[in-house]
Write a protein that binds this ligand. Structure first.
Ligand code: ATP
Length: 354
């Protein structure tokens, strides 16, 4: 029995998670060999307001006993953003060595890219997830004095770079890709980014010699995402660059409501965590109109990770079948369907295809 920890979180996180759990139940009805047990944890901003902390002291020890985590979204006006990030998301990513942030960017049947061209976009982003620009190193001193200053250090380690590039190479080898694109800025960030370039080159040459490696400055790369996104196959990037590229990536294939992600510990020593790219969307929370596809696709990635690529494929197929049929679409993709109508339609597509 595979054990999954489910953390719906805040805002639309709770709404889209309900739909992902419906889809999981449907898959289990269709295929009794899918033995998955879920436990729901209430850790969220509500929990913070009640208890003064985002999750209990022993939360990480508890999560450690699970095979994977399915997460919704977190963020609420009552809790400062740095608390939700540094007391919840970052401890899970760092403690569980989820150093790969994996984000597919793929045109789905039935969705027209806002680039207004009929592009076949299909690439993945490997974003370094535990160090780089998002390091808790630095300081802010002399507050309210003329000499006030803030320093934020970027920390790049050889091991950190090697592990994320290796993960990208492994994926490229496994899926028969021909090219890896590295996001850099070594012309201006001459210490850490040169270090990134050197080690990226070495790892690709050593472990995936048949792959072409192209290093592209981040400012040019964002333009290429708009001009020729179909040229990319696998992108490897530092934490900050990967974060920005991922949101742009989701925008060019139809928006946040369609974009899944995975925080992966490739060694499977710790549980990996699967979550939509979007946040808690306070502007639409409680209205029942959020698109649950990003959450449901995140569930699909989780299923692939726990050794059920067949179930992953079925879910992605069902999402595309519903989008292509076109009758059920949520507001973000030009329709009027509710969150639960979209979840129900995906379950129905699964049931019909059994
Ligand atoms: P965070 O800082 O946590 O990313 P945010 O409010 O900046 O939070 P999101 O919560 O991702 O960002 O929302 C950005 C915009 O996208 C909002 O207008 C929101 O309504 C919309 N959005 C996000 N997710 C969805 C979804 N699943 N369905 C429909 N619209 C969504």
């Amino acid at each position: 029995m595979v054990k999954i920890a489910v953390i719906p979180g805040d805002g639309i996180g709770k709404e889209v998670m309900t739909e992902a759990l419906k889809v999981l139940a449907q898959l289990q009805r269709d295929d009794p060999s899918l033995q998955i047990d879920t436990t729901i944890f209430p850790w969220s901003s509500d929990y913070y307001v009640q208890h003064g902390f985002m999750m209990p002291q022993d939360a990480l020890a508890t999560l450690r006993n699970y095979d994977a985590i399915l997460f919704g979204a977190i963020g609420d006006a009552r809790v400062p953003d740095d608390v939700t990030v540094w007391e919840f998301i970052m401890p899970i990513r760092k403690q569980f060595q989820q150093y790969v942030n994996f984000r597919p960017v793929k045109s789905l049947q039935g969705i027209v890219s806002p680039l207004a061209k009929n592009m076949d976009i299909d690439f993945v982003i490997f974003r370094e997830n535990t160090e780089g620009e998002y390091s808790n190193s630095g300081g802010h001193i002399y507050q309210n004095q003329p000499q006030e200053m803030a320093i934020q250090n970027t920390i790049m380690t050889r091991l950190g770079i090697e592990k994320i590039v290796q993960a990208a190479c492994n994926y490229a080898n496994q899926y028969g890709k021909s090219k890896i694109t590295s996001a850099t800025k070594s012309n201006a960030i001459i210490h850490s980014m040169k270090f990134w370039d050197e080690h990226t080159k070495q790892i690709v040459a050593r472990t995936a010699p048949t792959l072409t490696l192209e290093s592209i400055y981040i400012d040019a790369l964002v333009a290429y995402f708009v001009e020729r996104p179909q040229d990319f196959e696998v992108i490897v990037a530092s934490n900050l660059f990967g974060d920005i590229l991922s949101d742009l990536g989701s925008a060019i294939v139809g928006g946040l409501g369609l974009s899944p992600s995975a925080n992966i510990n490739p060694e499977k020593e710790y549980p990996s965590m699967f979550e939509p790219v979007h946040g808690s969307a306070p502007d639409i929370a409680g209205k029942g109109i959020a698109n649950p596809i990003a959450q449901i696709w995140s569930l699909a990635l989780l299923l692939g990770h726990i050794g059920r690529p067949d179930a992953e494929k079925r879910v992605v197929w069902a999402i595309e079948a519903v989008l292509q049929a076109g009758a059920v679409k949520t507001a973000d993709i030009g329709g009027e369907a509710s969150t639960s109508q979209m979840g129900d339609a995906i379950c129905q597509a699964l049931a019909n295809s059994k």
